[in-house]
Design a protein around this ligand. Structure first.
Ligand SMILES: [Zn+2]
Length: 294
């Protein structure tokens, strides 16, 4: 069923687990996510960023696919705009039927971040949708941003931010970064800060830059209060590895078979990840009533 990300994450917050948010740019990824979630009886969030929508999964093309599959899913599925920043991104997403939007003004000064987040949270809530925001700044692994503690989220400032903006969940900076970490490097996360953020805010918290952060870090982050984990690079990397392996086995692989094999590889990874972050078996599988679409 197609649901609000707000209620989904409140359930995760109250029950101490996290939900995967996977960036999807095509139908195979959407299927891998939703079928993986159904097989695990887990909730799932599908993310699309403005750049991904502009360059490949266009707003008139991929969102209808996501909505159609989400509506007939036997587990809760939410649909979130990832890292929106320009005003038109939000209007496009809300018109296209996303159930949630993320406003990322984390590179701005505090007051400007508050101002922009207030505006987008009000717009989303007025449309009956939820809003994710970011305070502190989750930078890029290639730039080594994870080690810059100046970017980390300050708990007292975060409390003021949430009180003033009314965002529904908050992405925090505790030592992860977007993209791929240098080979062999595992980021060091500030779990004390995370536990204090959870205690101070008592709301769903989000971890960006989850890819490549290591199983131990992810498990501990969930135990300390993370309820949504964005995974983009890891899922796409599994797809690429599977394509390479398939073409090595047989350079004349049939294209549809290649798509299906890639989808299965992503689904396997997603299912394992769901078990790791505790979202498996949280819901009873129940196909919504309606026309059989198979
Ligand atoms: Zn992110």
């Amino acid at each position: 069923m197609f649901v609000s990300m707000k209620e989904m994450l409140i359930h995760a917050h109250e029950n101490g687990y996290a939900v995967m948010a996977v960036n999807c740019v095509n139908m195979e990824q959407v299927k891998a996510c939703i079928e993986g979630a159904e097989e695990e009886c887990s909730p799932i969030i599908l993310n699309i960023s403005p750049r991904q929508m502009r360059e490949h999964g266009h707003s008139y093309a991929l969102p209808p696919v996501v909505k159609s599959m989400a509506e007939r899913a036997g587990v809760p599925v939410a649909f979130n705009l990832d890292h929106g920043s320009a005003y038109e991104d939000f209007v496009t997403a809300l018109k296209a039927g996303f159930s949630s939007v993320m406003i990322d003004a984390s590179a701005c000064e505090f007051e400007e971040n508050v101002r922009r987040t207030q505006m987008i949270a009000a717009l989303a809530h007025g449309c009956g949708k939820s809003c994710e925001a970011e305070l502190g700044h989750v930078g890029n692994a290639e730039a080594g941003d994870e080690a810059n503690t100046d970017y980390y989220t300050n708990p007292e400032q975060a409390k003021e931010f949430v009180d003033r903006t009314h965002c529904d969940c908050l992405a925090v900076a505790i030592g992860t970064a977007h993209g791929s970490y240098p080979k062999g490097m595992v980021p060091k996360l500030d779990f004390e800060r995370l536990a204090l953020l959870k205690k101070t805010l008592n709301m769903p918290l989000v971890l960006h830059g989850g890819s490549g952060a290591g199983e131990e870090n992810i498990r501990r982050a969930v135990a300390c209060g993370i309820n949504k984990i964005n995974v983009n690079t890891d899922v796409m990397a599994h797809a690429v590895e599977e394509i390479k392996a398939a073409l090595k086995e047989n350079p004349d692989y049939n294209y549809m078979d290649l798509c299906m094999r890639t989808e299965d590889a992503m689904k396997d990874f997603i299912r394992r990840y769901m078990r790791m972050i505790g979202s498996s078996m949280r819901y009873t599988f129940s196909r919504p009533e309606g026309p059989e679409l198979d």
